[in-house]
Design a protein around this ligand. Structure first.
Ligand code: AMP
Length: 299
């Protein structure tokens, strides 16, 4: 079953303690689409500038991503740059240029609107809400956000949370959103805001799944070498929701399995810059690592 994904397609410039990359393909929706398309067709909604070119969109189409909802607007594409500390969990945003994203008015194509699965990748909450309203066939909606929107658009974000089934947050965002230092309490407060479950990401320490009917904790897959953590959250969400859509099930046991798939797609993401590794592997590599992770956490 298809997933509609709304978010940014971007050029990222990244500095890590060991290497750097300028103008690499990035964006919250890009990473999500790369990860989800291992499992299920993706219908992408976003905007790029005239500088984006067709090669990146063509690469997405080759993965079964429908890019007919990606508008090409006059101007430059969204650009983001960031720097990581040696602990990998501390990230400094150096620059954000919204460019064509500043006036983005999402238009979900008619052919996408009946999709039951929707992912609202990191974007301004009013953009996420506008897109969601157009998804008339939605039955299962997940959203991501970031501290910027908690700081400057909290009302919109709270409104959005009333309309989603699941939300993915990192530990810092969960604390900022709820004012709770204790993570479990923060998660419970997030559930009071509307979602049925929250995925709490803790970077290299793994992730929690907390909901009214489900509690699950999983370590990150231990990769040999982290190259660039950018997009790990979006790739996690792509593996998670892509898997759920492919099996058309969202019961607690399936959500737990989805946690493993999300962990696996995120682990491949961080092994390269941009979508280099995600773009170079196939579903069999995802399954192989799923099995390894499964044995790692089994008795
Ligand atoms: P993640 O590492 O999962 O948080 O995702 C990083 C991606 O999000 C990068 O590729 C950026 O281009 C994109 N990004 C950064 N800031 C924003 C923002 N304010 N809104 C939407 N996407 C963003």
């Amino acid at each position: 079953m298809t997933v509609v994904a709304v978010g940014t397609l971007a050029f990222d410039s990244i500095e890590t303690p060991y290497d750097r990359r300028a103008d690499a393909l990035g964006g919250s929706a890009t990473y999500f689409a790369y990860a989800a398309s291992f499992f299920t067709p993706v219908q992408l909604v976003g905007v790029v500038g005239e500088d984006f070119g067709d090669a990146h969109l063509e690469a997405l189409r080759r993965r079964g991503v429908d890019t007919s909802g990606v508008e090409i607007a006059k101007g430059k594409s969204f650009r983001w740059s960031g720097r990581y500390e040696a602990d990998w969990n501390t990230r400094h945003t150096l620059d954000t240029q919204l460019n064509v994203f500043e006036h983005f008015d999402p238009k979900v194509p008619q052919a996408f609107r009946s999709s039951p699965f929707v992912f609202l990748a990191n974007a301004a909450p009013d953009i996420q809400l506008k897109a969601l309203t157009q998804c008339t066939g939605k039955r299962f909606v997940m959203a991501d956000t970031m501290n910027l929107w908690i700081d400057i658009a909290k009302d919109g974000l709270l409104e959005l949370l009333r309309h989603v089934d699941g939300v993915v947050l990192n530990d810092e965002e969960a604390r900022l959103l709820t004012g709770e230092r204790h993570l479990l309490r923060a998660a419970r407060k997030v559930l009071d805001l509307g979602p049925r479950f929250v995925v709490l990401k803790k970077g290299e320490h793994g992730a929690f799944l907390i909901g009214s009917d489900v509690h699950f904790a999983l370590p990150a897959y231990p990769v040999d070498t982290v190259v660039d953590p950018t997009g790990a959250g979006d790739s996690f969400a792509g593996g998670f929701l892509g898997y759920l859509a492919s099996v058309r099930n969202t019961d607690p046991r399936t959500l737990r399995r989805a946690m493993l798939y999300g962990t696996v797609t995120a682990s491949y993401c961080v092994e390269g810059f941009s979508v280099e590794t995600l773009g170079a592997i196939d579903r069999s590599r995802v399954e192989a690592r799923f099995n390894e992770l499964f044995s790692l956490v089994s008795l």
